[in-house]
Design a protein around this ligand. Structure first.
Ligand SMILES: *[C@@H]1O[C@H](CO)[C@@H](O)[C@H](O)[C@H]1NC(C)=O
Ligand SMILES: *[C@@H]1O[C@H](CO)[C@@H](O)[C@H](O)[C@H]1NC(C)=O
Ligand SMILES: *[C@@H]1O[C@H](CO)[C@@H](O)[C@H](O)[C@H]1NC(C)=O
Ligand SMILES: *[C@@H]1O[C@H](CO)[C@@H](O)[C@H](O)[C@H]1NC(C)=O
Length: 358
């Protein structure tokens, strides 16, 4: 019987520690400042941008990292990084869930850049809208001669020189892929500009690139955010996972992990209690045979000395009564119950005292 009781107490403690750890690692304690998630993001021509986007007036904790925007306070340009490429955000439509972006790496009026990477938006969150078309840009080309119409050619400054380039509306099919240009890549542009660009050539290229293209987004956590919004005044936030914010603090809704731990604590407590009750019965029958000496073990006395508030309750508890319909355990019963948790002494009494009581 005794080894079972010790095992129960040990697993109780393990669960208790786990529970306390879960509570302690709950985001509210780590999070410095959850305020301002009720603010909208406004930057230059962009106004009233809200969740899932963050940036400027909306701190990073207000949304998933994927939706982080940056507002340049000098020129009020909103930027967005995706796959290491910087984009300027010129439109956000949260109804149609689209962004209009243009690459920031192109020189002001020239189709030139030092980043020769294609623009791709092809993950679960961001995808290219259907109103775009591809544009293929070629740089560092030699002996283009008559292969390419003059109006599609442009030149870019390189250290101490100019190099020749050209573009093609659509994909590079039908062109020899290597040998005559240093590099090539693709960027989307608005399909509505295709005819004009084909007609006017490279004089319009800078403008078309600056106008940009449309990207569709979907917030993978929007369902969680809708759960938050059921309560008025609640904001959605994000800290490794979606969170709900009430009055600048984490809303007091226990997650499934915590209730699970509480359940385990309860089950183990009940198991431990039953063990103790059995022990009490056994000892009482033993005491009858040994002249009925009072059962007060040194460890249980220490426990009450360490927690004075409980010691004060001793006399009340001795009576063993019912308080507001809840059975109050008699001192002797409680004393035996604390025996079950004896091994807690090795880990320190103080912090756990109130936990036993509650
Ligand atoms: C939280 O941030 C707001 C605005 O940035 C500031 O006014 C407030 O003092 C901050 N609160 C804490 C506790 O840091
Ligand atoms: C934030 O923007 C939404 C629309 O996007 C608007 O309904 C709401 O009133 C704005 N909130 C504030 C505080 O400006
Ligand atoms: C945003 O998209 C919706 C739906 O496509 C459209 O009705 C609305 O006019 C757009 N808003 C702006 C400001 O373009
Ligand atoms: C446009 O180019 C990108 C990058 O090479 C490619 O992934 C995408 O499939 C192209 N889109 C179309 C419509 O051809």
């Amino acid at each position: 019987m005794r080894p079972l009781g010790t095992a129960a107490a040990t697993s109780f403690l393990a669960t208790l520690l786990l529970f306390l750890h879960l509570t302690a690692s709950f985001p509210s304690n780590d999070m410095s400042n959850l305020s301002n998630c009720n603010h909208n993001l406004s930057c230059g021509s962009l106004t009233d941008i809200t969740h899932p986007f963050t940036g400027a007036q909306r701190p990073p904790d207000c949304g998933p990292q994927e939706f982080q925007l940056t507002c340049n306070i000098v020129d009020s340009v909103t930027t967005f990084m995706f796959k290491s490429l910087p984009y300027q955000v010129t439109r956000v439509n949260q109804t149609s869930q689209t962004l209009r972006l243009s690459r920031l790496d192109f020189y002001d009026d020239l189709p030139c850049t030092h980043l020769s990477s294609s623009t791709t938006f092809d993950n679960d969150i961001f995808s290219l809208g259907s109103n775009n078309k591809n544009l293929t840009l070629f740089y560092g080309c030699k002996n283009l001669g008559g292969f390419v119409e003059e109006k599609f050619k442009f030149s870019c400054p390189v250290p101490g020189d100019l190099e020749e380039g050209f573009f093609k509306v659509g994909d590079p099919s039908g062109l020899p892929s290597t040998g005559w240009c240093r590099t090539s890549f693709q960027v989307p542009f608005l399909r509505s500009k295709a005819h004009q660009l084909e007609a006017e050539g490279s004089s319009l290229l800078g403008e078309v690139l600056r106008e940009g293209f449309d990207v569709r987004y979907s917030d993978p956590y929007s369902a969680d955010c809708q759960t938050c919004s059921k309560h008025s005044g609640t904001q959605c936030g994000f800290d490794a996972k979606p969170i709900c914010i009430c009055n600048d603090l984490l809303c007091p809704v226990p997650g499934p992990g915590v209730s699970l731990a509480s359940g385990a604590v309860l089950v183990i407590f009940v198991g431990c209690w039953i063990t103790v009750v059995k022990q009490v019965k056994k000892r009482k029958s033993a005491l009858v045979q040994s002249q009925g000496l009072p059962v007060v073990t040194p460890t249980s006395t220490n426990f009450f000395r360490a927690t004075p508030s409980l010691a004060n309750l001793k006399s009340d508890l001795d009576k063993g009564s019912t308080y507001l319909g809840v059975r109050v355990f008699s001192y002797n019963e409680l004393e035996e119950a604390t025996n079950c948790f004896d091994s807690s002494k090795e880990l320190g009494d103080g912090g756990f005292g109130t936990v036993y009581y509650g």
